[in-house]
Design a protein around this ligand. Structure first.
Ligand code: TXA
Ligand code: MG
Length: 321
């Protein structure tokens, strides 16, 4: 039996109803500007346990708590450094998650037993409407990982969420359709528990942007990010992902628009720039699986913009499941 009803008409009334069902313990998959999230009331241990069940995710992985407004993070953390406030002012609502020392509200079932909590104000009208309706009825925040099965590629459309999760969701769970995600890769995660900020996962908010706002030097150490036990180390399609090789007959191929497609190769995406690359990447990897391709060759974009995040996810994907 498949469940998880689609809601494509996300009116204010529909969001108020969705907030009520969150409150009563259901899951709501919702659009954000990065990727779709699978949300639950962040103070309800049974609902959060249901997220892990649906995702097939190990229970010690911490979840990001989404809130309606930057003021709301004060409930979740009572130790917020000035530079974190500067980042929140500059980039929220937006594709950035701050890791802060937790308050007693952030229980072990959210933080995976860690003393820190991840917080984000997403930049999407539907997510923000849901969050503010939830807040009106006393909700403190929505815990939401990406709405994919553990280790899979994050979904950037409601359809992709349904393909991943319908068979696992309950009758009352909802999937809100807000169109394709505009950023396309997960938020930048910034550890704000030390003297200066540290990027744990690259995203659309770049090192340069963070340094500009905080006036602090941050350490970005890619090898450290890759070995971090707290982060998923694979975002893989079923197809094998191969980086920067010449594609062979029958391979899928993702490369920027100026790179031609060799004969017999199946072009999956031709992004016009790095932002576009991020936006279309996950859908292109999914389409490789839909076409049952065994290999996808990706010509990686260069630069120190969002392409840092793209290369991070591609490296993980290329390591396979
Ligand atoms: O863009 C995003 O961040 C999306 C949308 C839905 O907001 N969410 C997302 O969640 O990517 P998820 O659970 O798929 O990835 C969050 C990552 C996980 O790798 C988790 O380990 C890490 O954030 N994380 C969460 N809380 C943390 C904490 N307190 N300390 C360190 N890492 C944390
Ligand atoms: Mg994820």
């Amino acid at each position: 039996m498949t469940s998880g009803q689609f809601v494509s008409n996300c009116t204010a009334d529909a969001m108020a109803r969705a907030a009520q069902s969150l409150k009563s313990g259901s899951l709501i998959a919702f659009p954000t500007e990065t990727v779709y999230g699978l949300g639950a009331d962040a103070t309800n241990p049974e609902a959060v346990a249901w997220i892990y069940e649906v995702k097939g995710r190990p229970a010690d992985h911490p979840l990001i708590v989404h809130v309606a407004d930057m003021q709301d993070i004060a409930q979740w953390s009572d130790e917020i450094p000035d530079y974190a406030i500067a980042l929140a002012r500059a980039f929220w609502p937006g594709p950035m998650t701050l890791i802060l020392k937790r308050s007693s509200l952030a229980q072990d079932f959210i933080t995976g037993g860690q003393e820190t909590v991840g917080l984000r104000v997403p930049n999407h009208v539907i997510a923000l409407a849901l969050l503010s309706e939830f807040k009106k009825i006393g909700g403190k925040g929505i815990a939401a990982p990406s709405a994919n099965r553990f280790g899979h590629v994050s979904p950037t459309t409601a359809q992709a969420v349904g393909d991943e999760l319908s068979q696992y969701l309950a009758q009352d769970d909802l999937i809100l359709d807000g169109g394709p995600s505009q950023v396309g890769v997960e938020s930048t995660i910034i550890d704000c528990t030390t003297q200066s900020p540290k990027i744990l996962r690259p995203g659309a908010i770049t090192e340069e942007m963070i340094e500009e706002v905080t006036k602090l030097d941050l350490s970005y150490d890619a090898s450290e990010i890759r070995v971090s036990g707290s982060l998923e180390n694979h975002y893989s399609p079923s197809a094998q992902v191969v980086l920067d090789e010449i594609p062979s007959q029958g391979d899928g191929f993702i490369a920027s628009i100026e790179i031609p497609t060799p004969d017999g190769v199946i072009r999956l995406a031709s992004p016009a720039n790095n932002e576009d690359f991020a936006r279309v990447l996950y859908a292109a990897l999914r389409s490789a699986d839909e076409q049952s391709l065994s290999r996808v060759v990706v010509k990686q974009p260069s630069g120190d913009d969002i392409s840092v995040a793209i290369r991070d996810r591609l490296l993980r994907a290329s390591r396979g499941r």
